[in-house]
Design a protein around this ligand. Structure first.
Ligand code: ATP
Ligand code: MG
Length: 246
């Protein structure tokens, strides 16, 4: 593996009595694309959210590019800006135009001059295929287009790593591929990515590794080919049996 960018060591998290993350040890290399997969409630979203401290954790450590995640304050805001996150629900600002959605972070957080932020935003919107929609508002775009704007918005911050939590699961089938295509391109360009998804085609095309999570634990890890054709654990076999016959 290349030099690690994200390192999680013995990470444990509880919600009250519920032990949601159990001794998570996970390293993600620079430029690596890792798929997180597992049953509902296994802790995939929680794991993603601890990586940029949207969730706290009680024990263990997480470093990004060698730096421990600060608890709070400006240091946290700075480091969090290095971690892009794209959710199932696109979370665009409804009362801002597409262009404003993409320039807001760079202007407010990175202090990029407006003209420069807009130039870069237009390049990114071009790249995800929605530049002609720049003056519109989110509600005027399809789900697939909104999700591509959400990706462009994340990229505008020049993140070191991008987290995707089921980015296509709220989309109509015909829009899934347009979003996955953008993600495949990003992966090919060398972006470090952690992707929660059941999209096996994407996993095979773009990922180096699948991490299978069950009950808050990493149960097995393998290449996509190996995992989908020859899962080792009974939990993974059972899980794949369910999603394949779904
Ligand atoms: N804010 C919260 N408070 C209490 N429990 C929570 C909270 N968020 C999640 N949980 C619980 O933690 C566990 C892990 O949830 P998480 O959302 O990480 O699972 P997931 O693998 O992403 O599931 P899904 O595939 O359904 O998205 C679940 O049992 C869930 O009910
Ligand atoms: Mg989830």
């Amino acid at each position: 593996m290349s030099e690690p960018l994200v390192v999680m060591k013995d990470v444990n998290k509880h919600y009250g009595d519920l032990h949601v993350l159990k001794d998570i040890n996970l390293e993600i290399g620079k430029g690596e694309v890792v798929i997180l997969i597992g049953p509902s409630g296994s802790g995939k979203s929680t794991l993603c959210r601890t990586i940029n401290r949207l969730e706290t954790f009680e024990a263990g450590s997480i470093t990004i590019d060698g730096k421990e995640l600060p608890q709070e304050g400006k240091a946290l805001a700075d480091l969090r800006a290095d971690v892009g996150m794209v959710f199932q629900s696109f979370n665009l600002f409804a009362h801002k135009t597409i262009l404003e959605n993409v320039t807001l972070g760079p202007i407010k957080v990175r202090k990029t001059p407006k003209a420069q932020a807009e130039k870069r935003a237009m390049e990114l919107l071009e790249r995800v295929g929605v530049a002609h929609q720049a003056a519109k508002y989110p509600a005027q775009l399809s789900g697939g287009q909104q999700q591509r704007v959400a990706i462009a918005r994340s990229l505008a911050m020049d993140p070191k790593v991008m987290l995707f939590d089921e980015p296509t699961s709220a989309l109509d089938p015909e829009m899934i591929n347009e979003v996955l295509d953008v993600m495949v391109t990003l992966a090919k360009e060398g972006m470090t990515m952690v992707v929660v998804t059941h999209e096996m085609g994407f996993a095979r095309k773009a990922a180096q590794r699948v991490v299978f999570l069950a009950d808050g634990q990493i149960v097995e890890q393998a290449t996509p080919e190996e995992f989908f054709t020859n899962p080792k654990s009974d939990r993974a076999k059972d899980f794949l049996g369910k999603i394949l016959t779904h």
